[in-house]
Design a protein around this ligand. Structure first.
Ligand code: AMP
Length: 219
């Protein structure tokens, strides 16, 4: 199964990608997580990406396509994967199409999650993540413990430094200007699922799995 999880920052792509990844036993590929790891490791890639991430603008397409190309070569990708936060521009979608052709991959299923803009702001301002295992916490749905020690792994729970109001506003603008048009690219090319993301995590997950089952039945 080859999936693209699509939607504005904060609609729940990462949370759903982790759950779908467990269900189908295919990896979640999050370009945002890859860049954050590179920044923590102070690698060359991290140095290149840091300034863009802090402003909430997009890292260059060539850089992103390079890390995606390398990631696709890893053995865990052989049965499929879930793309989370990629492609984010038409140029990235075109680069991905070329890569798929080279690797003879089947068409992607694009899953779009929709949430209202006010809810996105509230979710992002309340969001926290474990810096060790990546578990998600949120003031609204799963509040972090007071000591900020992750209940899953004992790691430290932190707030992403791009989850502040000013950067969020820029990320939402970048999404509308550069990423939203990518949807049309896929609508013309394959399966497309539209999911209401305003429901609970479990409800959103159930509707995604239900839609994917329907598609699988017809294939
Ligand atoms: P995310 O974790 O997906 O919200 O991404 C956080 C930040 O990483 C974004 O605001 C961008 O600065 C950068 N980033 C992540 N994925 C991409 C991508 N596909 N293209 C360009 N920049 C990206």
């Amino acid at each position: 199964m080859y999936l693209i999880l699509f939607g504005a920052p904060g609609v729940g792509k990462g949370t759903q990608a982790k759950m779908i990844s467990d269900h189908y036993k295919i990896p979640q590929i999050s370009t945002g997580d890859m860049l954050r790891k590179a920044i923590r490791n102070e690698s060359e890639l991290g140095k290149l990406a840091k300034g863009y991430m802090e402003k909430g603008s997009l890292a260059p397409d060539e850089l992103i396509l390079k890390i995606i190309r390398e990631r696709f070569q890893e053995p865990d990708c052989s049965r499929g994967f879930i793309l989370d936060g990629f492609p984010r521009t038409i140029a990235q979608a075109q680069g991905l199409a070329k890569l798929m052709e080279e690797m003879k991959l089947p068409p992607f299923i694009l899953v779009e999650i929709n949430v209202s803009e006010q809810d996105i702001m509230d979710r992002l301002l309340g969001r926290m993540t474990c810096s060790k295992c990546g578990a998600d916490y949120n003031k609204l749905t799963r509040p972090a413990p007071e000591d900020l020690i992750c209940t899953d792994c004992g790691g430290t729970i932190t707030t992403r430094n791009d989850d502040n109001e000013e950067t969020i506003k820029n990320r939402l603008k970048v999404y509308q200007d550069q990423t939203a048009p990518v949807k049309e690219f896929y609508k013309k090319r394959g399966n497309f699922i539209d999911i209401d993301g305003n429901n609970s995590v479990e409800q959103v997950y159930a509707s995604i799995i239900n839609e994917l089952n329907q598609i699988q039945k017809t294939q």
